[in-house]
Design a protein around this ligand. Structure first.
Ligand code: GDP
Ligand code: MG
Length: 321
């Protein structure tokens, strides 16, 4: 997928957020020609009502106030650009070094029920496969009979292999088999899908720890990454649920799904600020090619994009071609 297609996917996925958050900002700014305290207060209120979170909003606004003073901005039309820069500053990008040389690289996918773990495993397989990598999926959500079937459908769509066992099998055993098989078969990436709910929440955390312990018997430095999947639609509530996973599962990055289904895209900023973890991928639709790597420039440009900017990007893409 080319750069322009990626941008378009992200931009389309953010359309609901753009039409609430960014349009509101634009209206606030348009009301005045000169920057004053009151105008910045109104921008602060808009940020607060957009799931960006209290901490991140506070930082962004105090930075903007400081810059307006120090750099002498007067014209309110400068605020849009300032806001873009400040929002980008607080988004944490993945550093991309975890497990870089590991073979297989083992990635465990965790999160509560319904956030999009299985779908993400399917889309990730497709992404890795498209990069020419050899992928093996481990079906370690063994608690629901339907889970295996759903994952098998994704594995087939992506054209990758899957290791699964009868429902009720120990999830650690499935993960162990998959990592062992991957080593034997010279696989590049193992994706472990896990359950989102057991009988009680404590049990789930214990189960995730156990999966980790068991795969370390085959590969002591695995899992190389643990992605916590969060559903953007749940906004700030999702962040609360997230915390219990951080330590128990050793989460290394966030996958934020369903951005296309919500106006709460500002949650990306709250995640970076409150969980101090990079957002690695964003889900912008239900299709197999709808999981996009997150980078803050693309994200902010897509969020604030207007027809004019899109033309510029199309213009430069045309020049590249
Ligand atoms: P799991 O319980 O965490 O494994 O969640 P699933 O992978 O089964 O997904 C639950 C629902 O969310 C399914 O209907 C998916 O199609 C949907 N879903 C997952 N990711 C996205 C996304 O990025 N956008 C949209 N619109 N739907 C998604
Ligand atoms: Mg699932």
């Amino acid at each position: 997928m080319g750069l322009l297609d990626r941008f378009k996917k992200v931009k389309d996925g953010l359309s609901r957020t753009r039409s609430t958050f960014v349009d509101r900002i634009t209206k606030v700014i348009a009301r005045k020609t000169k920057i004053d305290d009151e105008l910045i207060d109104e921008i602060e209120e808009t940020l607060l009502s957009s799931d960006i979170g209290f901490d991140a909003t506070g930082r962004i606004i105090s930075d903007i106030r400081a810059r307006v003073k120090a750099e002498g901005y007067e014209d309110s039309s400068m605020l849009r650009g300032l806001l873009k820069e400040e929002i980008a500053k607080y988004l944490i990008e993945p550093n991309g070094t975890a497990g870089l040389s590991a073979k297989p690289k083992v990635i465990m996918i965790v999160g509560v029920n319904g956030v999009g773990k299985t779908t993400t495993v399917g889309k990730l397989s497709y992404n890795f496969k498209s990069e020419g990598k050899n992928v093996l999926i481990a079906a370690a959500d063994t608690f629901r009979a339907a889970a295996n079937e759903q994952l098998k459908v994704w594995a087939d769509r992506a054209g990758v292999e899957i290791i699964q066992q009868a429902p009720g099998t120990d999830p650690g055993a499935v993960a162990y088999d998959a990592v062992s098989a991957a080593k034997a078969r010279n696989v590049d990436v193992v994706l472990i899908d896990t359950a989102g709910r057991l009988h009680t929440k404590t049990n789930l955390m214990e189960e995730l720890k156990k999966i980790t312990r068991v795969i370390r018997k085959v590969m002591p430095d695995a899992p190389h990454e643990v992605y916590l999947v969060l559903d953007a639609v749940t906004g700030q509530n999702g962040l609360m649920q997230a915390r219990q996973f951080l330590d128990a599962a050793g989460v290394t990055a966030i996958v934020l799904t369903k951005l296309d289904g919500t106006a709460k895209g500002g949650i990306v900023i709250a995640i970076s600020q409150e969980l101090k973890l990079p957002v690695k991928y964003i889900g912008v639709g239900e299709g197999i090619d709808d999981l996009q790597p997150f980078d803050r420039t693309t994200f902010v440009d897509a969020l604030f994009s207007e027809a004019e900017e899109e033309n510029n990007i199309q213009g430069s893409a045309a020049k590249e071609a």
